[in-house]
Design a protein. Structure first.
Length: 113
């Protein structure tokens, strides 16, 4: 029997006016499909995306200067050395900082080869 994969994005809303929402979609990567993180900001801010293995090892990190509105960060399911990561669950954090306030959102994504 073949398992059925359901593609449901991870959505979070925040009580902060800085981070309005954060969505990882698809939150299941099949056959190396990139995962996009869509971050909706209430104002300009630095956005840092970190991905970790379940063992706590940092696998990937990226920082952008985000603008008010929707911002997209893409993870190509590769580690810092640009080597494809193994199948498994990865924990992500999105940290948003505008110089006055810092908001952190965490979630998980699945890589399935």
């Amino acid at each position: 029997s073949t398992p059925t994969v359901v593609n449901t994005p991870t959505l979070t809303t925040s009580s902060s006016s800085l981070l309005l929402s954060a969505v990882a979609g698809p939150n299941i990567s099949k056959a190396g499909e990139p995962i996009k993180f869509m971050i909706n900001l209430g104002g300009n801010a630095n956005v840092q995306l970190n991905l970790y293995s379940l063992m706590g090892e940092e696998v990937f990190s990226k920082t952008i200067n985000g603008n008010a509105g929707m911002n997209t960060m893409t993870w190509l399911v590769r580690n810092k050395s640009q080597i494809p990561v193994a199948s498994g669950i990865y924990i992500f954090t999105i940290q948003v900082n505008n110089g006055y306030e810092t908001v952190t959102h965490t979630g998980k994504v699945l890589v399935f080869h």
